[in-house]
Design a protein around this ligand. Structure first.
Ligand SMILES: Cc1cc2nc3c(=O)[nH]c(=O)nc-3n(C[C@H](O)[C@H](O)[C@H](O)COP(=O)(O)O)c2cc1C
Length: 295
């Protein structure tokens, strides 16, 4: 005799239906594989990144050879000597201190001068961002630089309309309260004052030379690293920027700028000189003891 199980007794029709659906789906999948093994070849051989890490290089080569796949980078990619200049230890210490002091002066600026900046400076800044590491060297980024006053005005219109809704409806009282000390609101003069707007798009995927889809591994992490280098490059060039990720504006800005649906807006960065009377909130950064764990 079966023990009394109230849950099973009450819900047995759902449990039985669930099991039948699961077995049916498995049966259909395996039938499909046996009818058309070519189509499912890659999926059968698919290994998770963890599994791939477990197998040794020779096995990996055999494995990929069987898959009949083209790699995103050339299969016979040459490996060359590293161009590396090893510095004396004192110089390494000096540089690390100097870089920290320099980066500690970077501030988010919300008041921009309309003074022009040479376009070559912005191009070099984008070149620097393009040196970021990326998952499997997929470089999943597109930087759109807007200097045309009319397009800047259209960007500002889109952002201000959405930001007004964000501040009054979407963000909620806690978020808007947290922002109060920063004195931000939905009026974004800097979007038309700054000589350049850099819009960073993440490419969700791209295409290989043979037309097959190129998977962008870890694209979120890759683009975030590139954005960090971008901010540092702006600062190093003697300019200022405002990191912004305007909520709900991505699709409208993407279509305004003619970018494909395979790209997602990650960052909107006004870049230029600060206005002469620019102010910044007097923020303190966490001390080393609070952000470092040494083991
Ligand atoms: C992901 C992200 C989104 C941000 N979005 C905005 C924004 O929409 N508007 C704004 O004025 N500042 C924005 N900021 C800037 C932060 O408020 C600023 O970095 C923070 O207050 C620290 O100031 P600091 O950059 O001068 O150190 C953003 C920063 C980050 C990292």
């Amino acid at each position: 005799m079966l023990p009394y199980m109230p849950f099973v007794n009450e819900y047995w029709p759902f449990i039985v239906t669930g099991i039948i659906c699961y077995l049916g789906a498995r049966f259909l999948y395996h039938s499909a594989v046996s009818w058309n093994p070519e189509k499912y070849k890659n999926r059968k051989n698919y290994r998770t990144p963890d599994e791939v890490a477990e197998i040794d290089a020779d096995e990996f080569e055999d494995d990929v050879g069987q898959l009949d796949m083209s790699s995103a980078l050339p299969w016979d990619l040459e490996h060359v000597s590293l161009d590396f200049n090893r510095l004396p230890v004192d110089e390494t210490i000096r540089r690390s201190q100097e870089f920290y002091t320099f980066m500690n002066q970077r501030r988010t600026v919300r008041f921009f001068s309309r003074d022009p900046v040479p376009a070559d400076v912005i191009r070099n800044i984008i070149r620097a961002a393009g040196t970021a590491p990326s998952g499997a060297h997929t470089e999943p980024w597109t930087y759109v630089v807007v200097s045309d006053p009319e397009v800047k005005r259209q960007v500002r219109d889109i952002v201000e309309k959405e930001e007004e809704i964000n501040y009054t409806k979407r963000m909620g009282p806690q978020w808007t309260t947290d922002l109060k000390p920063l004195r931000t609101n939905w009026i974004k003069e800097y979007l038309t004052d700054a000589p350049y707007l850099i819009l960073v798009f993440k490419q969700l995927y791209s295409f290989k030379e043979d037309g097959t889809k190129r998977i962008h591994y870890y694209s979120e992490m890759s683009i975030s690293l590139a954005c960090g280098i971008l901010l540092a490059a702006v600062h190093y060039a003697g300019l200022v920027s405002l990191t912004s990720t305007p909520l709900n504006c991505g699709p409208a800005l993407r279509s305004l700028l003619g970018r494909p649906t395979s790209e997602k807006l990650i960052l909107l960065l006004p870049v230029g000189y600060p206005s002469p009377d620019a102010t910044v909130p007097d923020l303190k950064r966490k001390p080393l003891e609070e952000i470092l764990v040494e083991i």
